[in-house]
Design a protein. Structure first.
Length: 300
C-alpha cells in the first residue's frame, strides 16, 4: 500500500449534494457548499457521491462539479471525486477527468446492476487503479449496487493495486470494519458511509466518516469524528445521540430527497430541486422533517 500523510483521508469528508437551478447544475451554489465545509471544520469533501445524485448527471457535469469543488476548496481541504459508474469505460473516463482536474483521491463504486463475481471485482478495481496515480477508495454499498464484497476480495485488490488505500463502507455489516483492520492494517482507510452506524464503525476501527448529516451540521459531525478517533468515546457518544434523529431522517425517503428539503429549510439551498426519477419531498414528508429540525434545535 502506498504511504499517505497520516492526516490525509482521515476524519469527516461530507458527501456534498448537487444543487440544481431550473434543471441545470448550479456550480456557484456548489462552490458555496464546499466553502461552508472548509470553513466549518470538515477534514475534506466528497463530490459526486450517492448524495449528489450522480446517476442523474452527465459525465461532463460530474467533471464540472469536481473541477468547481477543487477550485472552491483551494487546497484548504482535500477533494475526493466519486468517479464510479456501472460501465468500466465511463468510470475510466471520469477517473481521467478527476486526475486532470486535480482531485486529491477518487472513490469508485462497485459496478452496479451487472452483479459481477468476486474475481471480476478484483480485476475491475486492479485495472482501474493501475491507470491512475491517485489514491483510490472502493465504494462498498450493497444496498444500492446489489454487490457485496468479501474481505478476501479487498485483500486481493490491495495486493494487486498499492494505490487502493481504503473503502467507504455503507452497509450494516459492522464486522467487516474489524476484518479489514485485522487483514489490511490501520493504514487502510475505512470511511463509515451509513449515518446511523457512524460512531459504532469509528469505535471498531473506521478512520473517518462520509456522513450526509454533515451537509447540515458540519462542525458537529467533525467533532464526533475527532472525539472518537482520539478515544474520547463519551464525548463522541453524546454527539451521536444528539444527531441520531437527523441521521434517521436522511432515509425517511430515498437520500437526498429529505436532505435537500432540510437544507432548503435551513437556507443552505435556494430550492430542493431534483432530476427525474428523483422528486422533491411531499408536503407530508416536509412536515415530518420540519419536526426533526425543530427537535434538533436547528429551527424555531
Amino acid at each position: 500500500m502506498i504511504a499517505l500523510d497520516d492526516r490525509f483521508l482521515r476524519g469527516s469528508y461530507p458527501p456534498i449534494v448537487t444543487p440544481f437551478r431550473d434543471g441545470a447544475v448550479d456550480l456557484d451554489a456548489l462552490a458555496g457548499l464546499v466553502e461552508r465545509q472548509a470553513a466549518g471544520g470538515s477534514h475534506g469533501v466528497l463530490v459526486c457521491g450517492t448524495t449528489a445524485e450522480p446517476s442523474t448527471l452527465t459525465a461532463a457535469e460530474r467533471a464540472a462539479c469536481v473541477r468547481e469543488a477543487v477550485r472552491a476548496a483551494a487546497g484548504r481541504v482535500p477533494v475526493v471525486a466519486a468517479v464510479g459508474s456501472q460501465s468500466h469505460a465511463e468510470t475510466l473516463e471520469l477517473l481521467g477527468l478527476a486526475e486532470r482536474d486535480r482531485a486529491d483521491a477518487v472513490l469508485i463504486v462497485t459496478p452496479y446492476y451487472v452483479r459481477p463475481p468476486q474475481r471480476g471485482l478484483v480485476e475491475y478495481f486492479a485495472d482501474l487503479a493501475r491507470r491512475t496515480a491517485l489514491p483510490v477508495l472502493v465504494y462498498h454499498i450493497p444496498g444500492r449496487a446489489a454487490v457485496e464484497m468479501a474481505v478476501e476480495t479487498f485483500e486481493a485488490i490491495a495486493e494487486r493495486a498499492p494505490n487502493v488505500v481504503g473503502v467507504k463502507h455503507a452497509s450494516t455489516d459492522l464486522a467487516l470494519v474489524t476484518k479489514l483492520r485485522l487483514r489490511l492494517g490501520e493504514q487502510f482507510r475505512i470511511f463509515a458511509g451509513l449515518e446511523e452506524l457512524s460512531l459504532p464503525m469509528l469505535a471498531v476501527g473506521a478512520t473517518g466518516l462520509m456522513n450526509a448529516v454533515a451537509n447540515l451540521v458540519p462542525g458537529r459531525v467533525a467533532a464526533m469524528c475527532e472525539h472518537a478517533l482520539a478515544g474520547r468515546l463519551a464525548e463522541a457518544q453524546a454527539i451521536h445521540f444528539e444527531l441520531f434523529e437527523l441521521s434517521q431522517a436522511i432515509f425517511f425517503e430515498t437520500n437526498p430527497i429529505p436532505l435537500k428539503w432540510m437544507m432548503r429549510r435551513l437556507g443552505l439551498l435556494d430550492a430542493n430541486e431534483h432530476r427525474l426519477p428523483m422528486v422533491p419531498a411531499t408536503p407530508e414528508l416536509a412536515a415530518r422533517l420540519d419536526g426533526v429540525l425543530g427537535r434538533a434545535g436547528l429551527t424555531s
